[in-house]
Design a protein around this ligand. Sequence first.
Ligand SMILES: [Zn+2]
Length: 442
Amino acid sequence: MSDDLRCDLLLTNARYLSPDMDIVSGKAIAVREGRILSITDQDGCPCRADAVLDGKDLLWMPGLVDGHLHTSQQLLRGRLLDEKPVIWKRVNVPFESRLDEESSRLSALLAAMEMISCGTTGFVDAGGKYPEIYAQVYAAAGLRGRLSVMTNDNPLCPGSLRAPSVPAAVERLRRMKEALGGLLKPIYSVTTPTAVSEDLLRAVFEAAAADGVPVETHMNEYAGEVTDFIERYGKRPFVWLEDEGLLRAPMTAPHCIFLSQEEMAVMARRRVRVIHCPFSNCGKGVPPAPQLLAAGVSVGLGTDGSAHGGLDLFREMRLFRGVMNVTRGVETADSSIMPAETLLKMATQGGAAALMEPGLGLIQPGAPADLIAVDAGAPHLWPTQNLVHTLVESASGADVRHSVVNGKLLMKDRELLTIDADRVRREAERLFEKQPWLRSWK
Ligand SMILES: [Zn+2]
């Protein structure tokens, strides 16, 4: 057989979601060396592979990308639902400050299991104490992502998370950058602009630009944080960053709920990658997503971590559809204020933009082969008059049957292939016995 015809993985009789959100049927998708080699009619496909997955009853779609999660809050699941704001200062950061290497490793293992199980193939982590440990776990799991140290020099920040100095914070980010490789790349991070010193904020953004690394920080998440910023700097956050020349590195901005027209113009001009976190944001406000999209800003979705209701981005799409209809659609009698196609683009292409991997989030020749197969024959998904609508209205992470990242199968018929789920569960039970505070954080 000619080398041209050989591939690593062949998806036969494939039905898939095209970059324009059309459903295309009767194709063969060949994957080689981590990328989609070709998409041909099934009948005329010349490719052969040892690994073949038949597409009966399946819909292949780009893997979902969680544009904002916190690996270090994986063990806080169930703790935050009724908590009063502002949770990250009172609950999350103190919890994270107590994590050791063992609990951090377990957090990443559990997050990797959850992501793969619900169709997430890529992620941007907000940063933790031990990104190198996260990297070991995520590399073995086969996921694609960006990792960080979340820098903070606030005197009120617990000591184990507080940077001893601005140069030390930058040096720590650079050490992390050197330790990453393969599918895991760096992103520099600041907790939130009002939590840190001006020196640290400037230094991290300048280091990102100098090192060619993207930068992230929680932006405009609480109305109070925006007014605090204005009080301190005299301008709104994005306007100040722009006027100070700090928006030179590609920026990922989680949340972005409270924005002015001027800020949205800056964000469009600087190609800021916005990540809305619908469930997490429900207690804070409703972001101006339609206006951002109209302004040409890239918008993706994130979960804000497992502590905000889990890592299922199908759930986030459906919730965001409801939030947008109630808050923006009803007042204008526009029931398609946030169409299913747009939501699916957010959960795939929007998150992929934050990973900055060309072609990611698109099923087309040459694109990275990060794909998931949804069981479209399930009773709650079939029959349907519009599968794209049904994906948003009715699908969940539990409907994902196969997961492929960089051409490698991570889950087949819902069995995890890169993580021993039973062993992780046993390790977790042992750790909870040793460190009972992990399950009852006050
Ligand atoms: Zn967050």
